[in-house]
Design a protein. Structure first.
Length: 228
């Protein structure tokens, strides 16, 4: 998952995300491949890039700068969302993973959220995994730091997400305008790199969490609600 945007208010947390990947890397659309966890499955690494558990905890993985794909001697980062979703709250999941060995993985950003809290966990390739709470009304994360406006994609798109109600975020995810560095929805040839799917996640405080999934670029593929 290469772009994720979170909206926080008194009713809960809403998330929109586009996944960017090599078109020829095989994956399975979200389902309950792991007991109590519904998420997309990466066929190469066996883990997930984004998933939701029955307790209403969501976790999504993003690569940091220049770390696309696996590396010899490193564990698959796709196991990290599944480790997080072994817990029944975002607080517990963040506490469990923070302080573990970041050097076991290529560098990553891991977003963990439920209806009440959201965290960014960073693995920087060595040292320990660190965690920070995400408290802004709108937070956008790609391959660097939250709301890092030095990144062209965030500089271009964060103001749009801040200005629009979350009901319009599905349309914003489909925007393929701008330079390659700015694009949120990245067109790609059949064997190249680009946006391969998209996700909308609602984590309300007063009702069960829901996910809607688009199995292709969101400008050309509709969203459908995922059921357990």
């Amino acid at each position: 998952m290469c772009s994720i945007i979170l909206h926080r208010d008194a009713t809960g947390i809403f998330i929109a995300a586009n996944r960017d990947e090599m078109k020829n890397r095989p994956w399975d659309a979200p389902a309950e491949y792991w007991s109590g966890i519904c998420g997309g499955r990466d066929r190469l690494g066996g883990g997930s890039w984004a998933a939701l558990n029955r307790a209403g905890v969501f976790a999504a993985l993003l690569n940091r700068h220049g770390t696309l794909g696996p590396a010899p001697g490193k564990r698959s980062r796709g196991e990290l969302p599944l480790l997080a979703l072994a817990h029944d709250s975002a607080d517990k999941a963040a506490a469990a993973l923070a302080g573990q060995d970041a050097g076991a993985y290529r560098s990553f950003n891991l977003v963990i959220a439920d209806a009440s809290a959201a965290y960014l966990l960073r693995g920087l390739g060595d040292g320990l995994i660190d965690a920070q709470a995400l408290t802004a009304r709108v937070t956008m994360i790609t391959s660097g730091e939250p709301n890092e406006r030095a990144l062209p994609r965030i500089a271009r798109h964060l103001p749009r997400f801040e200005a629009q109600p979350r009901e319009n975020w599905k349309t914003l995810l489909a925007d393929a305008s701008g330079t390659r560095e700015e694009q949120l929805n990245i067109p790609a040839p059949a064997d190249g790199f680009g946006t391969v799917c998209a996700l909308l996640v609602d984590l309300p405080k007063t009702s069960p969490a829901t996910q809607c999934f688009a199995p292709g670029p969101p400008d050309r593929t509709g969203f459908s609600r995922l059921d357990w």
